[in-house]
Design a protein around this ligand. Structure first.
Ligand code: 26W
Length: 847
């Protein structure tokens, strides 16, 4: 992949190469290190008895060593310097497999592949072996991972803070066309990328009560007497930037019992009670909640949130004090980003630490806190906005609740001054929802406690300001800004699409990998015949590879020569996978009515997980697989239409899917998808988009040009308008024979002959409510799909559009997004880290 790394070997005094087996990047030292690790770390003295996992581990340690040397250089470069550190707090980090990405960022992917090839190994087998850390649900977690890559690449000192879930997002299997969840076992064969740091550990208090007291100077103070304490242990994963010296860290916290055994209980012979405490503590970080929208007010989830926030803040304070600084300047050292409201209890926690533990006065503490935190909102869906019942919150975090009441009291005073007499506004803005079972609104806490609030796409930010957070926008408009999401081209192109990467680099050089706007230079080749041919050949190659994966996973044979029409994302009603399937059924009906019709052959591919408790989403999966079964077994469909549900959508499978798509389905109801990032990954890899004016689709269309984007559907404004006027899906249903034909086919049990009523809940919800307005967009969608089919038949035109798409995706690099966060919110600057030269470890000196 591109040029050789610019990395000098360490040279000794005699001028001879003394490249270290742990840091050297030559083929010789890499191979030597690999063998050493196989023997010494994995304990496999005879190569024949080494398992694929042994080989993967030995290689992973070889790569990690090189990264740790970068990390050491970085630390040296940071010594005695003053700079801002960005802390990204997120309950989810969907990192994906590390090995390939680290090889790319180290700049040794090609060399290593060569070295292994010489020795008779295929690097693919090593990459294949890695079980990915699935510590996230979808968009929000993956965004955090892309941002860590960009932060390191832009040489911004930063720390990602999160939770080391023992079980990440479940693995998805299909059984009889239904989703079945299997436990994720990512740690079972060992995780070579993390370094446990048992000495970096903090106590976290939970439950109990508060107690007022007077300190030595007679001041009124409060202490928190907890009911229990758990200990958080740090696990560090190095995060290397793309071909730079910067190596940051992802620090994840694991919960453990404070003492392995409760000695008192143990001494009383109550062995089981003593062990129980350990089990309960470790439960805290056992499992990731697999919901990405529907909120469940589970105590364990709040415990997880507070646990990782508390450990992270204690860690920051420890580092700050160790650098000899006072807490009054905390906000000058740290910019802390809250990835949605999940870590927003951090606002109350920092106030508690400053006021209770460090006796800072409230005003100063509030100044520090407000200037430390910034909040990103990722959703407008009301059911996803976090709320905690006061009762639950107060039982777990009694002191935090008091602090939040005080924050609220002072805030409502400000509101009263700015909008005198406006009681309705006060009630709407209050951190406490007084209606029904009183609850705490976390987005409100975040808006009040942060100096910056942002949405993740232009449209989303505008909607935030005009709907969900309107009152906050009117209160402090200066806090609000937009930061359109981005994705890292290193993973989502260089690693996942080596064919396209090589072709692009051959034409315009490799600068685009760190400066994605450079892709514009491809426009020059938009009409170059030879370039067209090669562009198409790369896509076809990628489609063949995916086709063989599909065959392995599902047994379905698909033709790489057909249009690959792909919808890959979490399954949700607002994302409208069922609109896609309604169109497929419409095509099916059309072919059945006229079996010899000339049409563009299509392979419709779906992939995505449903939250285990989300009945409708699971039913949508069953509908897709049922329709697939009928269509794929109908001889009339042969060579025309195929439908596939590719199970277990995760980062690894994403890397196979995005490069192989011709058409990207981004068909959410306008106003519902905050941004989307899959839309960017598809388009970057040359797929054309069929989509609504929702989330970042709007900006993608703006960039690639209306002529290269298949637009359909109502706008967000029209959706709002229609809802206001009283939307009636049954009228549309009655007046649209094509739509009725499709729905009636499902209702009649055509796709579920053994149980004709199977899909009734789904159909009833469409004909009675149609909350996501599929019926309103159906005609527009089907017509637009006809345009797609026609365009695809014009190979030259399609290829041209595909090249233009990729060429104009520069804006959607996560590097651009991170630059904007640094400039507007974090005020953080790069700190360069040299890569050459040895570290000096003086004998007897402080290492
Ligand atoms: C159950 C509580 C809950 C609520 C919301 C868990 C997780 C969430 C997330 C905010 C859902 C999520 O992943 N949102 C997605 O964030 C992406 C990154 O900004 C956006 O691109 C997607 O549009 C948005 O759905």
């Amino acid at each position: 992949m591109g040029k050789k790394p610019v990395r000098k070997a360490c040279t000794g005094d005699d001028g001879k190469s003394s490249e270290d087996v742990r840091s050297g990047l030559s083929l010789g030292s890499l191979w030597r290190a690999y063998i050493d690790n196989l023997i010494c770390v994995q304990g496999r003295g005879i190569p024949e008895i080494a398992t694929p996992n042994d080989r993967y581990m030995a290689f992973a340690y070889t790569v990690r060593d090189r990264m740790m040397y970068r990390a050491a250089h970085a630390l040296h470069a940071y010594m005695n310097k003053d700079f801002k550190i960005v802390c990204y707090l997120s309950a989810e980090f969907l990192m994906g497999p590390h090995l390939g990405n680290n090889l790319i960022n180290l700049g040794i992917y090609d060399e290593t592949r060569q070295a292994f090839k010489t020795a008779g190994y295929d690097i693919e087998d090593f990459l294949e072996q890695e079980t990915e850390p699935g510590l996230g649900n979808g968009g929000l977690g993956r965004l955090a991972a892309c941002y860590l890559d960009s932060l390191a690449t832009l040489e911004i000192p930063s720390i990602g803070y999160g939770i080391r879930y023992e079980f990440g997002i479940f693995d998805q299997e299909l059984s009889d066309g239904w989703q079945v969840e299997r436990t994720d076992m990512w740690l079972h064969l060992g995780n070579p990328w993390e370094i446990a740091r048992p000495e970096i550990s903090f106590d976290v208090k939970l439950g109990g009560r508060t107690e007022p007291y007077r300190d030595e100077e007679g001041r009124y103070c409060v202490r928190w007497v907890p009911h229990r304490i758990v200990k958080g242990i740090a696990y560090d994963t190095p995060i290397l930037g793309y071909r730079v010296g910067t190596c940051n860290v992802l620090r994840l916290w694991k919960a453990e019992a404070t003492e392995s055994f409760d000695l008192e209980a143990f001494n009383h012979g109550d062995y089981y009670r003593a062990v129980e405490d350990k089990v309960v503590s470790e439960n805290l970080t056992k499992v990731l909640y697999p919901n990405d929208t529907q909120l469940q007010g589970k105590q364990l989830r709040l415990e997880q949130q507070y646990f990782f926030v508390s450990c992270s803040l204690q860690d920051m304070i420890r580092l700050h004090l160790a650098r000899g600084k006072g807490l009054g300047t905390f906000h000058e050292t740290y910019a802390v980003q809250l990835n949605d409201t999940h870590p927003s209890v951090a606002i109350a926690e920092l106030m508690r630490i400053l006021v209770d533990d460090h006796r800072m006065d409230w005003e100063t503490a509030w100044h520090v806190t407000k200037n430390t935190f910034a909040y990103t909102n990722h959703t407008l869906l009301p059911e996803a906005l976090e709320k905690w019942s006061l009762q639950l919150f107060g039982a777990l975090l009694p002191r935090h609740l008091e602090i939040i009441f005080e924050i609220n009291r002072r805030f409502l005073d400000e509101v009263r001054t700015k909008f005198p007499g406006d009681e309705g506004r006060m009630a709407r803005l209050s951190l406490i929802d007084e209606t029904g079972n009183r609850s705490l609104r976390m987005a409100h806490l975040a808006c009040v406690g942060c100096h910056a609030v942002n949405g993740v796409a232009q449209l989303h930010t505008e909607l935030l300001k005009s709907t969900v957070l309107r009152d906050f926008y009117e209160m402090s408009p200066e806090k609000f800004s937009n930061k359109t999401n981005g994705v890292t081209p290193r993973r989502w192109m260089v690693l996942s699409n080596p064919g396209l990467t090589a072709l692009i680099t051959e034409r315009i050089g490799a600068e685009w990998i760190r400066n994605l706007d450079d892709l514009r230079r491809l426009e020059e080749f938009a009409d170059d015949r030879e370039f067209h041919d090669r562009w198409r050949r790369v896509k076809l190659d990628n489609k063949k590879k995916l086709a063989s994966r599909i065959r392995e996973a599902t047994g379905i044979v698909v033709d790489p020569g057909t249009l690959f029409d792909v919808q890959a994302k979490r399954i949700h009603e607002y994302k409208r996978q069922h609109l896609n399937i309604l169109h497929i059924i419409a095509l099916y009906v059309r072919i059945k009515l006229n079996p010899h019709t000339d049409m563009t052959p299509r392979t419709c591919i779906f992939s995505g997980k449903a939250a285990p408790g989300y009945f409708m989403a699971k039913l949508i999966i069953k509908l897709i697989t049922s329709v697939a079964k009928v269509i794929n077994n109908d001889p009339d469909m042969e060579g025309r239409l195929k439908v596939v549900f590719f199970p277990d959508f995760n980062v690894k499978n994403g890397q196979r899917i995005y490069p192989a798509a011709d058409l990207s389905e981004q068909i959410s109801t306008a106003g519902k998808e905050a941004s989307g990032t899959g839309n960017m990954k598809f388009a970057l890899n040359g797929a054309l988009t069929i989509g609504t004016l929702d989330g970042a689709n709007v900006e993608i269309r703006e960039e690639v040009g209306a002529e290269s984007f298949f637009l359909f559907g109502l706008t967000a404004e029209q959706v709002q308008e229609m809802k206001l006027q009283g939307y009636d899906p049954s009228a549309l249903y009655a007046s649209n024979p094509r739509l009725r034909g499709v729905i009636e086919l499902i209702r009649g049990g055509h796709f579920s002959p053994e149980n004709p009523d199977l899909f009734r809940p789904l159909l009833d919800s469409l004909t009675e409510q149609d909350e996501y307005m599929l019926f309103a967009d159906f005609d527009s969608y089907v017509d637009c799909q006809a345009e797609v089919a026609a365009a695809y038949r014009d190979t030259e035109r399609w290829t041209r559009m595909s090249i233009m798409n990729t060429a104009r995706m520069g804006k959607f690099s996560s590097d651009r997004a991170i630059r904007e966060y640094c400039r507007d919110i974090w005020k953080a600057e790069p700190v360069r880290v040299g890569m050459s030269g040895c570290l000096e470890w003086k004998p007897g000196g402080r290492a």
